[in-house]
Write a protein that binds this ligand. Structure first.
Ligand code: NAI
Ligand code: MG
Length: 356
């Protein structure tokens, strides 16, 4: 299978870790000759904005849609104050390509990362298009003592809830098959005791899908948990969870929290998945504090290349990347900046490529 993959390093350490992920894909083809890759590098990010006036140039979107089957995205440096004409390009990309699921596997491997909690192996399946992130906010004068008031729309639709629940169910079944006998479980996360309309809809649609005809006889365990007690249990007993499905905001917060369980943001990958396109993306940002020094951990980006392959249906390629990284974390030398080892980016890449 010949795949045309876009590389969008973006800003900061994106420029250092995305080439590492591409080299892992290239190396994979030597042991999996049925696979081949062509790469095209596309501009995106704050640097691109300052040069061209757009953080997500039309040409980038057009090339992705017309020529590529998948992409790897690094990170962008989004200013925390509003800049006229600037919009987060990754949020824009998720909308334009309808990448409705954000999948974040978090796994401990019994490796050398200090602060790693043993036995964690979960996947957060986050709805990626709606909830409070529709960004329909407004503010107005509440009058008198109230002062200014700001409000935001939380939108949940049946369609989005249905497709994210299906995705979570499919992932749980695939993980069950890959693991052998251990049952797949999906935990539906919500706060419908308070938000009975919005989260109530998410909960009931997810339940209906996961206990319905598509998954009948697949042995899936379906349970649900209110999001605040889920945070508690995620910290106390993270080994309990398998697949967690959540609306956008809860999924965002839960997944960054879950990354702390395995020792570093520099280890955690993600995939933005739609019906026709996949963008692999490390969970971390552009890390301006360490950029340009050759010390960033490339593992989140390399694992994201694995995630991209997995959701493009190239399971064997994905498995080989995951295994090479896990083995490296157990046996090789780890990065100094985040994991207490001695290595920089280049040594990590070299060791993983050798194992691949
Ligand atoms: P960050 O993820 O860039 O960095 C947080 C901390 O983790 C820093 O101390 C950094 O050095 C460390 N870190 C991150 N990735 C690492 C890696 N691969 N290896 C070793 N250490 C690593 O988050 P921060 O500092 O809040 O944001 C910096 C910039 O990144 C901001 O402009 C923000 O808007 C942007 N950002 C972009 C994201 C994206 O493009 N998807 C996501 C999050 C932040
Ligand atoms: Mg986040």
């Amino acid at each position: 299978r010949a795949l045309h993959i876009a590389l969008m390093p973006g800003d900061g350490i994106g420029q250092e870790v995305i080439p590492a992920a591409a080299s892992a894909l290239r190396t994979l083809t030597t042991s999996l000759p049925h696979l081949s890759f062509t790469f095209t590098t596309l501009p995106i990010g704050f640097q691109t904005f300052t040069e061209t006036g757009s953080a997500l140039p039309d040409k980038t979107v057009e090339t992705l849609q017309k020529e590529c089957q998948g992409a790897l995205f690094g990170a962008v440096s989004s200013p925390s104050h509003a800049v006229k004409g600037y919009n987060s390009p990754i949020v824009g990309l998720r909308k334009k390509l309808d990448l409705y699921a954000n999948i974040r596997p978090v796994k401990s491997v019994g490796g050398k990362a200090k602060l790693e909690i043993p036995g964690v192996d979960l996947v957060i399946v986050r709805e990626n298009t709606e909830d409070l992130y529709v960004k329909e906010e407004r503010s107005f004068d509440g009058g008198g003592e109230i002062g200014r008031v700001a409000e935001a729309i939380k939108r949940i639709s049946e369609r989005a809830s249905r497709r994210i629940a299906r995705m979570a169910g499919q992932i749980a079944v695939r993980r069950e098959e890959m693991r052998g006998n251990k049952k797949g479980m999906v935990t539906i996360t919500h706060k419908s005791n308070v938000l009975s309309q919005t989260d109530g809809l998410f909960r009931s649609v997810a339940r209906e899908v996961l206990t319905g005809a598509e998954f009948a006889g697949k042995g899936l365990v379906v349970e649900e948990q209110i999001v605040d007690s889920m945070v508690y249990k995620l910290f106390r007993q993270p080994q309990y969870y398998d697949v967690v499905v959540a609306p956008n905001l809860y999924g965002d917060i839960l997944s960054d929290g879950a990354a702390a369980l395995v020792g570093s943001l520099g280890l955690v990958p993600s995939a933005n998945v739609g019906d026709t396109f996949v963008v692999g993306e490390p969970c971390h940002g552009s890390a301006p504090d360490i950029e340009g020094k050759g010390i960033a951990n490339p593992i989140a980006a390399i694992r994201s290349a694995g995630c991209m392959l997995e959701f493009m249906g190239e399971i064997e390629g994905a498995r080989r990347i995951y295994d090479a990284v896990d083995e490296h974390l157990r046996e090789g030398t780890v990065t100094a900046v985040d994991l207490g080892g001695k290595a920089g980016t280049a040594e990590i890449v070299e060791d993983i490529l050798k194992r691949l």
